[in-house]
Design a protein. Structure first.
Length: 439
């Protein structure tokens, strides 16, 4: 779908007109959606600051070097990494202000800011100052979004600051793979035990025939996974085309129909279990609560929640989630902020946030992780059908002043599905350009 305003303001005359009318002036985002590389920071110039500390963590510098990053020097930096683990008093927060002010002034358009904070506070005063880093980053993200830049923060748990662990974080948050992820503060926990290597890991993606599902299936296939694509019989034609493209198996079935979960379990058994499980299938039946029918409520709950619970229960029972499994549930900004006319949808997507939080501990016993991805306004066939003004509002109500793409969501899922993301579990990764809804 074409964002006409985004195209219009790329021309000098368009920019002048937009400025005169007070319209947003979004810039094209720097994106990357190819397969993972061994050195994701190769060719990128990084600045590193450590307010409140004598020097950045040696493990952070080692992680940057291991990923091929280079010190920016006097050149504009493609990323600014802030070791804020020493921001434990008010004086350190002043250093954060002064050093970040200078660092951001030298950040290239479309640059990335990643702050590393800590969960290990020895006093209430330390806890307050460490928490201040989160507010600082969220506000900064809203300021630099007009330049196509992003800012995010990770709160490091005990034992989570090794060079290997931090390298995993940098691969996503300090690169153009996180182009539509901004203003997020996530807990980065101690590394889990490594999962056994498999010659060709298997991913299962529901709702795979189009939109985010198809983009996700293609993205995982680029990383060498064999993808089992699942969607409803009505989508058989695009589903079969995708399966041929990826040279993988498929299952055309209604997840809410009797016997479908048995079919899915049989399909997973034939491929030797799954290493990545992406619950993407979902529907909407929008109507205000006063006018909503029982059928509309039940339909959304059946697909968006009950099917996921049933599938996971059966795969657990059958032992078909392989050690080190990466599970991702597609939630939504509506599940965080709510949305008028979507009590059913918002409830189902909020339920998934609670689900991943509770399921994280059992999966961790098998070195597995589970997270939710919450997309904001994504340019899909569904948003294309929105009324013009509603669509425009959805695009502009975020720090980047534009909609995301299915590939942006797929990139976040590919990150959560990768070994590099094992310190993230039980959490929600918003892919929303820092949507003002629920912020």
């Amino acid at each position: 779908m074409t964002d006409r305003l985004l195209s219009f303001v790329q021309h000098p005359l368009g920019r002048r007109v937009a400025r005169a009318l007070g319209l947003p002036q979004p810039v094209p985002l720097l994106r990357r959606h190819d397969a993972w590389e061994d050195q994701e920071l190769a060719g990128r110039l990084l600045s590193v600051i450590a307010p409140g500390s004598m020097a950045p963590m040696p493990s952070l510098l080692a992680a940057i070097a291991a990923q091929g990053g280079t010190a920016a020097g006097d050149a504009p930096a493609s990323a600014l990494v802030i070791d804020a683990t020493g921001c434990r008093d008010v004086a350190a927060l002043q250093a954060l202000f002064m050093q970040a002010q200078f660092g951001v002034s030298r950040l290239a358009p479309g640059g990335r800011v990643l702050a590393l904070s800590s969960s290990g506070a020895a006093s209430a005063a330390e806890a307050a100052c460490l928490q201040a880093v989160s507010g600082f980053i969220r506000a900064l993200a809203k300021e630099i979004g007009r330049r196509g830049a992003t800012a995010n923060a990770l709160v490091l748990g005990e034992g989570a600051a090794s060079a290997e662990s931090l390298a995993g974080a940098l691969r996503f948050f300090a690169t153009d793979r996180s182009a539509y992820v901004s203003g997020q503060v996530l807990a980065w926990r101690k590394e889990a035990a490594p999962a056994p290597d498999r010659p060709q890991p298997v991913a299962l993606v529901t709702g795979a025939a189009g939109g985010i599902g198809a983009a996700t299936a293609r993205r995982l296939a680029r990383d060498g996974l064999r993808v089992l694509c699942v969607d409803v019989p009505a989508a058989r034609q695009p589903l079969e085309a995708l399966a041929r493209e990826l040279d993988g198996p498929l299952l055309a079935a209604d997840l809410t129909a009797a016997g479908t979960v048995d079919e899915l379990v049989d399909a997973v058994h034939r491929v030797g279990g799954v290493d990545v499980l992406v619950h993407n299938a979902g529907i909407t039946r929008d109507r205000t609560l006063a006018r909503m029918s029982t059928a509309e409520w039940d339909a959304v709950m059946a697909v968006n929640l009950a099917a996921i619970l049933a599938i996971d229960a059966r795969l657990d029972e059958a032992g078909l989630l392989n050690a080190g499994v990466r599970e991702v549930c597609l939630s939504s900004i509506s599940g965080i902020a709510g949305n008028a006319g979507q009590t059913n949808y918002s409830a189902s997507k909020a339920a998934l946030i609670g689900y991943v939080a509770a399921r994280a501990a059992p999966l961790a016993e098998r070195a597995g992780t589970i997270n939710a991805v919450a997309p904001g306004f994504i340019e899909t066939a569904m948003t294309r059908r929105m009324p013009l003004m509603v669509r425009e509002a959805g695009r502009r109500l975020n720090a980047l002043k534009q909609g995301g793409t299915p590939a942006d969501v797929a990139e976040a899922i590919a990150f959560l599905a990768s070994p590099a993301a094992h310190p993230l579990t039980g959490q929600v990764l918003r892919v929303c350009g820092q949507s003002l809804l629920g912020a």
